[in-house]
Design a protein around this ligand. Structure first.
Ligand code: HEM
Length: 245
């Protein structure tokens, strides 16, 4: 039997054994490899979300630290662009593998699920897919809102007394529209849902989840997701409540 005719098990690396293929390409094409890519890119994006949230929470300390922090980041173009391109690559890989794995899953199990017997893993992956798609829409809006100034071009012209971009005032102006704040808070609720399932399945994909660890991995995932929700939602809520002005 030739290599191309060999029988294969879905998800196994064996079918990609021909010598002309590199190990990396074999890993990329396997279901296991795609799960790893999705898990590790997700972990990278989660790291960004946490660091970004901690940076933004400086809004509670007043304009000085937040604006100085924004200037510091922009004064390091290599760091800034490496992070931006890295994030873009992570988002691309995360979405690509999510779509590919969903399509593979469907092809492997074409029969309809029994609606009366919801299958947990299927529910989790469907929730992850839908909340992920909605989060992508949020990110596009968020970049137009605060980074590209497309929602209100005046935001990028704001200057503080030290002639720095006034990110503090931009944040307050941005969240002083109740509809915009509601959209952010709803998106953060979806992010919370996405993370509470996603962090757990990341550990499952990289092989850390078993009968002993499953319970606390799920609890820690949910706790981290709630912390991110509360931290991010506190900013629009504080602006609407007049706590930061
Ligand atoms: C309420 C929560 C959030 C606030 C207050 C916030 C605030 C900001 C601000 C002010 C900027 C522009 C920074 C500047 O130009 O100096 C920014 C950029 C950005 N935010 Fe957020 N953000 C929030 C949530 C998020 C979330 C949840 C994500 C990702 C899922 C995210 C992803 C980004 C990205 C990718 C950029 C562009 C960074 C760059 O310029 O390279 N943000 N955010």
């Amino acid at each position: 039997m030739s290599c191309s005719e060999s029988k294969t098990v879905p998800g196994s690396l064996a079918k990609f054994a021909p010598s002309h293929m590199t190990v990396l390409s074999a890993l990329y094409h396997s279901t296991l490899g795609k799960k790893y890519i999705m898990a590790l890119s997700g972990l990278g994006l989660f790291g960004f979300v946490v660091v970004h949230m901690l940076g933004n929470l400086q809004v509670f300390l007043g304009p000085e630290p937040l604006n100085a922090y924004a200037v510091f980041i922009k004064s390091k173009p290599v760091l800034l662009w490496t992070t931006r391109l890295g994030l873009l690559a992570l988002v691309f890989l995360h979405i690509l593998t999510a779509v590919q794995l969903t399509l593979r899953n469907r092809a492997a199990r074409p029969e309809k699920y029994d609606r009366n017997k919801p299958y947990r893993a299927n529910y989790a992956s469907r929730t992850l897919f839908l909340s992920g798609a909605a989060l992508f829409a949020f990110i596009v809006y968020h970049l137009m809102h605060f980074t590209l100034g497309l929602v209100d071009p005046a935001y990028l012209q704001l200057r503080d007394s030290a002639d720095r971009h006034d990110v503090y005032r931009m944040t307050i102006l941005g969240f002083s529209h109740p509809g915009v704040s509601a959209f952010y808070i709803a998106s953060m609720a979806l992010l919370c849902l996405h993370l509470s399932h996603g962090v757990g399945s990341t550990f499952q994909s990289i092989g850390f989840k078993n009968k002993q660890t499953a319970g606390w991995i799920d609890r820690v995932s949910k706790m981290l997701a709630v912390i991110v929700f509360l931290g991010n939602s506190s900013m629009p809520l504080a602006v609407l409540a007049g706590i930061i002005r």
